[in-house]
Design a protein around this ligand. Structure first.
Ligand SMILES: [Zn+2]
Length: 478
């Protein structure tokens, strides 16, 4: 109650112009964005209680806002995280290929937080988001995969190293008390190559078949002749799914440790905490493994949990939202001004979803007609060739979604219609599209027209040798 009184007083003084910028910054909430790479929504107990892979998160969700239908703006890291950092569609931020950089004039979330007096830091285990990349712009400190792994070590930087680095960083910064912090965390554990610790693998194997047979297949996959090419046998598919499930179980433990660290350093009390994925992961749903190739549900629908400042109860939102929304949402709740709303090109604030007992806030929302739920919302995800010299473009160019209807735009421009209510796995197209689909087609036409105002993409860069090595270890060839 006391902190509420102090914050209200700070707000009133700030409005009257008699409060210093430092005091204004101190009244702002901490903002923590946690992104889990390649994390499927249907492997989360919050959405599927029987899946039993993320029990700790299910507990934590009891005072979270659970978004049931959140979509990434693309199906792989670079364009999706660029949309998260800019609130813009991939066509507008232009970071759509391997080596893409964000344009110098692009306004990124960390820069805005930094200008508003926030201490900004990133812990990224993803090699695309490295210290030398344009994603590091605006962060005072950027701890990347090379640092997390340590000299000479290759492969995937594990969540435990991220949590340890975060704990150490917060421990050394006692002075941040009184200064709001913007923390970006990017975990890589569920990303290929899957290799969970045996403690987790042994827990999930019995759900996928005979554990000893699955272990034999996994051994042959990593050290023997088995390859994941062409038609993959059903028992090998099960072995791969078990490995992935093991990684998700391990991520649940890591997230719990991360939340404990945030609590220990008092970063949960007056804080906006966002937990999501940059994209999902296909586990042979449409005969492939991985992501960045299509825009089916398994790669663009993602978990999204938001703990708004002071939230005590769980809230469930079933309308379609986009990860681009997190940029304006976080800025609004932090009281950070975005210069020129039009620069967003896609994202829309979900701040109205934050619970409030304040009459003033409710009245303001009513005055501005700000609603959290919006059943008429249309979201779009986009995909471009990963390399300019790609021999064939990916099968999908865009996905346009409203309610249960989804339009998939193929790379040659042809349209495929899906009703996710009747066909959640997108196994059969709707042959006679209804009026609802006409509206989606009109939304796609409108979007294409708006692309005329999109700036050209920035030049591509070649990552340094250590980052290229990390990318190779994650399955990205040169
Ligand atoms: Zn990713």
């Amino acid at each position: 109650m006391l902190s509420l009184v102090l914050r209200t007083a700070a707000m009133l003084l700030a409005m009257a112009g008699v409060i210093s910028p430092q005091a204004r910054a101190a009244s702002r909430p901490h903002v923590v964005w946690i992104v889990v790479d390649s994390w499927r929504w249907d492997h989360v107990d919050v959405y599927r209680p029987g899946v039993a892979l993320m029990p700790n998160l299910a507990q934590r969700a009891q005072n979270a806002c659970v978004f049931w239908r959140a979509y990434a703006a693309s199906s792989w890291t670079v364009p999706s995280v660029a949309s998260l950092f800019t609130g813009a569609y991939p066509s507008f931020h232009g970071a759509t290929m391997f080596g893409s950089t964000l344009r110098a004039e692009q306004i990124l979330a960390p820069r805005l937080f930094s200008e508003a007096g926030y201490s900004t830091v990133a812990f990224s285990a993803n090699a695309f988001l490295s210290k030398g990349s344009s994603f590091a712009r605006g962060f005072a400190e950027f701890i990347d995969g090379n640092t997390l792994l340590g000299p000479g070590r290759k492969g995937k930087a594990r969540a435990a190293s991220v949590v340890k680095a975060l704990d150490e960083w917060l421990g050394k910064r006692r002075e941040i008390r009184g200064t709001p912090v913007f923390v970006y965390v990017h975990l890589m554990d569920p990303h290929w190559p899957y290799g969970p610790a045996d403690e987790f693998l042994s827990q999930v194997l019995p759900r996928f078949g005979d554990p000893s047979e699955l272990r034999r297949l996994i051994g042959e996959l990593y050290f023997g002749p088995l390859r994941l090419e062409g038609e993959v046998a059903p028992d090998l598919q099960s072995a791969v799914r078990a490995l992935y499930a093991g990684e998700v179980l391990a991520t649940d433990r890591a997230l719990e440790e991360l939340f404990t660290v945030l609590e220990r350093h008092e970063l949960t009390r007056n804080a906006l905490i966002v937990l999501t994925a940059d994209h999902g992961e296909e586990l042979f749903d449409h005969n492939h493994l991985g992501h960045g190739r299509t825009l089916y549900e398994e790669v663009i629908r993602v978990p999204l949990l938001v703990w708004f400042p002071g939230q005590r109860k769980r809230i469930d939102i079933h309308d379609v939202v986009s990860l681009m929304d997190l940029f304006p949402t976080s800025l609004e709740l932090a009281g950070v001004q975005l210069k020129g709303d039009k620069a967003l090109h896609g994202g829309r604030s979900l701040a109205a979803c934050a619970p409030t007992s304040s009459w003033a806030t409710r009245f303001q929302r009513w005055l501005r007609r700000k609603k959290c739920e919006d059943p008429s919302r249309t979201v779009i995800a986009e995909l471009f060739p990963l390399k300019p010299q790609a021999a064939t473009p990916p099968p999908h160019r865009a996905a346009v979604i409203r309610n249960s209807l989804k339009l998939l735009v193929a790379s040659d421009g042809t349209l495929q219609h899906y009703d996710l209510m009747a066909d959640p796995r997108e196994l059969g197209r709707v042959e006679l599209p209804s009026q609802g689909f006409k509206e989606l087609e009109a939304a796609w036409t409108e979007f294409r027209k708006s692309l005329a105002s999109a700036a050209p993409p920035a030049a591509r860069i070649t990552p340094d040798a250590a980052t290229r090595e990390q990318l190779r270890a994650l399955g990205y060839g040169d």
